[in-house]
Write a protein that binds this ligand. Sequence first.
Ligand SMILES: Cc1cc2nc3c(=O)[nH]c(=O)nc-3n(C[C@H](O)[C@H](O)[C@H](O)COP(=O)(O)OP(=O)(O)OC[C@H]3O[C@@H](n4cnc5c(N)ncnc54)[C@H](O)[C@@H]3O)c2cc1C
Length: 430
Amino acid sequence: MPSPSAAHCRPDGDVVIVGAGVGGLTLALALHARGIGCRVYEQAAEIAPLGVGINILPHATAELERLGVLPALEALSATTKEAGFFNRFGQHVYSEPLGRYAGHATPQLSIHRGDLQGVLLAEVRARLGAGRVIAGHACIDAEDTSTGVRLRFRDPAGAALPEVRGSVAIGCDGIHSALRKQLHPHEGPPRYSGVNMWRGVTPHAPFLSGATMVRAGWLSVGKMVIYPIRDHIDGAGNQLVNWVAELESPEPVRRDWATQGRLDDFFPAFADWHFDWLDVAALIADTKQVLAYPMVDQEPLPRWSFGRITLLGDAAHPMVPRGSNGAGQAILDARCLADRITELGPCEAALTAYDAERNPATAKVVLMNRSAPPDAILRVVHERSGDRPFVRIDDVVSHAEMAAITSAYKQVAGVTTATPSASTSSTSPA
Ligand SMILES: Cc1cc2nc3c(=O)[nH]c(=O)nc-3n(C[C@H](O)[C@H](O)[C@H](O)COP(=O)(O)OP(=O)(O)OC[C@H]3O[C@@H](n4cnc5c(N)ncnc54)[C@H](O)[C@@H]3O)c2cc1C
């Protein structure tokens, strides 16, 4: 259903999406729902369920609901009820409801990244046709031919593959994006924040509300993020619990999603975390596989779009994962880009309009994740309490001050109950 102006664009074939991650697959679903042809090219020979837990906030689950994939995702995830903040002695600092429990029309979901990608992939294959997702294609570069785009790919062995043509090219190829490097060749590698992360998933009995997203401690002495991502994983009522240990470290660990973590590098900071509401040390010790990844981001770019080529998701705005917003902002990008292509056709004007809308919005989130994400509450507690147990939290920080921190973050990220979707478009969705 492209608008009449789309005809002036003289599109030269399908939209070419580079990368079958959360952003690329959501974009494929959104374009298909609007009657626009696309193909997704993925570097991996086989799309495997990689990663650990991820959160999708209500502004993004609203888009997933419009795309008709929310029920399948809810079936595989935990519906998050509340955020709970604690110091490193396990003392409760602050809580607030999340998602539906905070009045949003759609939930906050805590989900394994592999389950999220798996549901989106299955839907793309079912709706667009299995042949529309082409694996084993690593994009090398894209060229704007003025009537369309031409892309070069290599197979997993490094051999050149036949050239691919389309109307526009969308780089959804993540934090190691080849297209971002092509468009911004002098940018340099991602910027290390000074913090490494060790992550794992462990079967465990429900704790606190049974769906609490816990943030505890502080980065200089050891911080944990812990939340369930699957319910009822066995006959014993256990959940699959995701945890991330974050610790300031002079050197970054290897920037590879498959890097194995070493307990010696971080466990000592958490060895005495035995709280009455959760034995964190035991949770870590019971984990079969620990992954390590540095907390990195990039400076916001002045532009993502060059002619018929643009970027989306982590390729466009990698951010430190301190506000549960990486996947969500990629989903919002996809909605916006699909709307602009619907209005203007698959051409430079649509990509420019998308850039103008989403680049400033996501730049604010990138910067806010550095300076004042929700866990800034824990920095305040750590500093004012001198990293010691407190007698009364009110003597350290007021409830109103903590509520103001999370509220300011939600405004920037676009997670407000009044405006559950960050997109300003009036285009009717799927
Ligand atoms: C393997 C992996 C594991 C991750 N694990 C976690 C996690 O545990 N927790 C978390 O919060 N975030 C994780 N992330 C990041 C998270 O998925 C993103 O921050 C977020 O979902 C935004 O999605 P995206 O689609 O922009 O990028 P991504 O999800 O990173 O997807 C990018 C896709 O592009 C593909 N790709 C890359 N380069 C090329 C190329 N040149 N040609 C073709 N395809 C290419 C990648 O293989 C990938 O499928 C992970 C990402 C990856 C790739």
